[in-house]
Design a protein around this ligand. Structure first.
Ligand code: BGC
Length: 731
């Protein structure tokens, strides 16, 4: 009897469960394949609901389908931390008290680590923070190429080399998305300057486009499987990039088979018809009715809102493109907010602080260390003078959309005090970024800041100057470019004055860009410390004290002067553009490709960076001498740590093709590896190079070509420091 009751109950449960299941529409069933869920949702949506999904409803969100229980898409900047909550219709912070994030180092620092594993750690950590804050899309990473040191946003990108940025962007994207948060790779494409960014019309050869400016985006899409991408503000060949047929339809969606959503940059959309047909899926940030920054913006006036709806109703547009856009937006939602088994993330956890510090430590670059004045171990000196505005200024605030409200930020001064003891450290500002140096009263204040810094330095055993740029307007900041390559706020004068009273001087530069260094010959030690986020001071102090051995290398070349930069050297049409037209006249010769080919010595070359130890490179060899076009070349050599400290070396392989039918740069980076060795240790290093990666882009045939013949593979410690060569033949 008892068993009978139990089995009847079980049958009832089964029927009931099936009835409940039968009521769940396919789009809500997380066990159904995403494409089925999309089909199901799409078939139930009205025309109005579909159109509504294609444009913003607030500064950082777009509508879902409330009637069907399909959630909104919430986005956040990116790319260095999770942006604070802003008001629905305004850019200013909404003063929430639960949104102070961990700031991770700027992407230039990440690129300088030359370490894809560290990039994965970055993506995982920032993805967890985005997830915890309930964001579906992280507006980053940025992979525009470093074309000129004046670009106000270089700090948000991964340097000048397409291979390096490609290798670094993939793990970032993958790890972010493992949190059920979409990466939104930006700004696609050619947004290589801030000046006139909303309008400048870029002309670039196909070859430079494919070889230099697109590879990192392509890698993010094809290998990283990015779920979204952001259009750029500028125009390419007469069409704005947010609705650019060539970039979005042909290259991204057709050639690369991108299946994610194209999101416009905020205010980057200018035309309904082009937005309908040229590949845009979601329009964000358009200013309507003059209500650009404050007040209620009538979102219904967006190009893809009412004008689109009316266009469909009047028969001007069919629903075909609309269904394609909504399909991609639903896919984005099913991959993120409506995904099964989505983790929950975490926010400002100790692991994130640890990750931020680790990334910072791996990206700091030691540029000069005469007579080994660094490191300064704890206890070595009684009195250390710390001078400079950047020792105390917040470097996470400002710079535009990447500005962060942080849970905490350890300044360099705090880092040094914690490391050496407050009694050892004497601080003097030396200069101030808050003064207007053109005004007479500012001059008096500047003089007294300088005089007091000189006194502090005179009485110290060692001096550490912490300067560089900051996130102010016309510095490393969105919206405009730097006006010169010089250090601002008369820092050159301060550095020179410090040198006259104390030669034991270390200069630490926090910048996202190259700067002129007229004092370089006199200054014995120089450290490039980027913008390092929450853990800045701890990471810098660990490096200076020698508790962490520096291992970063430069992801872009530092020219001696601006005129040596390729884009700049061709005059206004090349940079910043003339009458809104711009030609990338240096073509494929960007960064070290230019310096090498034109035989111009940079101040510091791409791939350069010192360590507290030394390395020696053995003779390289390859597994074969001849390869087919689809082979993988295995190159090996011995690397030894010949010093007394453990350390990591970033070994690089550059390829050249001496007899090519087209101009090829003197050398191009094709492989790299960060190798950690204990003191005295030797290891065999193996690097793999795909012969396909030796191709150039033939703009006549519109295809990649590996030209048969001899290639020289060069092992190197930087683009200007070749250690060994092997010649291989490609058949
Ligand atoms: C920037 C984007 C950013 C967006 C939203 C724009 O001004 O160019 O990078 O994601 O604003 O803040």
């Amino acid at each position: 009897m008892k068993t009978k009751i139990v089995s009847i109950a079980a049958i009832c449960c089964f029927i009931l469960a099936n009835m409940v299941n039968a009521q769940i529409p396919v789009y809500l069933d997380v066990n159904q394949p995403i494409e089925k869920r999309i089909e199901s949702a799409l078939s139930q949506m009205t025309l109005e609901e579909k159109v509504a999904m294609c444009s913003a409803q607030s500064k950082f969100s777009s509508p879902g389908v409330p009637r069907l229980g399909i959630p909104e898409i919430w986005m956040t900047d990116g790319p260095h931390g999770i942006r604070e909550e802003v008001f629905w219709d305004r850019w200013d912070g909404a003063k929430w008290t639960n949104d102070s994030c961990t700031a991770f180092p700027a992407l230039t620092c990440l690129a300088a680590s030359f370490n894809p594993e560290i990039s994965s750690l970055y993506g995982k950590s920032i993805g967890e923070e985005a997830r915890y804050r309930n964001k579906g899309v992280l507006l980053g990473p940025g992979v525009n190429i470093y074309r000129i040191p004046l670009n106000g946003r270089n700090f948000e990108y991964m340097g000048e080399d397409p291979y390096l940025s490609s290798r670094m962007v993939v793990p970032y994207v993958q790890a972010v998305q493992q949190n059920g948060v979409a990466a939104c790779v930006k700004h696609f494409a050619l947004n290589n300057q801030e000046k006139d960014r909303m309008s400048v019309n870029v002309e670039v050869s196909d070859r430079a486009l494919y070889e230099i400016y697109l590879p990192a985006f392509k890698a993010a899409v094809q290998e990283g499987k990015a779920w979204s991408i952001m259009g750029a503000y500028n125009q390419l060949r007469g069409q704005h990039c947010c609705h650019n047929d060539l970039l979005l339809n042909k290259i991204l969606k057709n050639d690369w088979q991108f299946d994610g959503a194209v999101i416009s940059d905020w205010g980057g959309v200018h035309n309904t018809e082009q937005s309908v047909y040229n590949g845009l899926d979601l329009e964000m940030g358009t200013s309507t009715n003059g209500l650009t920054t404050d007040g209620t913006s009538p979102y219904s006036e967006y190009y893809l809102a009412d004008p689109y709806l009316q266009g469909i109703k009047s028969g001007k547009y069919s629903e075909k493109e609309l269904n394609q856009k909504v399909t991609r937006l639903l896919r984005l939602i099913f991959r993120t907010t409506m995904a099964a088994n989505r983790p929950f993330g975490k926010f400002v956890s100790p692991e994130h602080s640890e990750a931020a510090r680790k990334i910072a430590e791996q990206g700091i670059v030691l540029l000069k260390n005469d007579k080994q004045i660094l490191p300064i171990p704890v206890g070595k000196y009684k009195r250390i003078a710390v001078i400079g505005d950047n020792a105390v200024r917040s470097l996470v605030i400002g710079g535009g959309s990447s500005s962060l409200k942080v849970a905490y930020e350890v300044s360099p001064l705090e880092g040094f005090r914690a490391k050496y003891g407050a009694e050892t450290i004497a601080f003097s500002r030396g200069y101030s970024a808050d003064l207007d140096y053109r005004k007479p009263e500012s001059k008096t204040i500047a003089d007294s800041l300088l005089a007091s810094a000189v006194e502090t330095a005179r009485n110290a055993d060692a001096v550490i100057f912490v300067g560089g740029l900051n996130k102010n307007w016309f510095q490393d900041s969105e919206g405009d470019d730097r006006q010169s390559m010089a250090l601002p706020y008369e820092q050159d004068k301060v550095i020179n004055a410090l040198m006259t009273v104390n030669k034991n001087l270390t200069v630490i530069l926090c910048t996202g860009n190259a700067v002129e260094m007229p004092w370089l010959a006199q200054v014995p030690a120089l450290v490039q410390a980027w913008y390092l986020g929450s853990e800045a001071g701890n990471a810098i102090a660990n490096i200076v004290a020698g508790e962490v051995n520096p291992s970063g290398k430069l992801p872009f070349s530092f020219p001696k002067k601006l005129e040596d930069n390729a884009a700049y050297s061709y005059g206004a049409l090349s940079y910043p553009g003339k009458d809104n037209k711009q030609e990338y006249m240096e073509d494929i010769l960007v960064g070290y490709r230019w310096f090498d080919t034109k035989k111009i010595a940079p101040q510091f070359p791409f791939g350069y960076g010192l360590s507290y130890t030394t390395f020696s490179y053995g003779k390289p060899s390859t597994d074969k001498t001849e390869y087919q076009a689809n082979d993988i070349i295995k190159l090996t050599f011995q690397l030894s740590n010949t010093g007394k400290t453990a350390g990591a070396e970033i070994v690089q392989v550059y390829a050249s093709q001496p007899k090519a039918s087209v101009l090829r740069p003197v050398k191009e980076l094709k492989a790299f590896k960060k190798v950690q060795l204990s003191a005295g240790e030797t290891a065999t290093v193996e690097l793999k190079i795909k012969t396909q990666d030796l191709a150039y882009y033939n703009d006549k045939t519109q295809s990649w070509v590996v030209e048969p013949g001899e290639f020289i593979l060069q092992t190197a410690a930087s683009s200007a420091n070749i250690k060994g060569k092997v010649v291989v033949k490609i058949k």
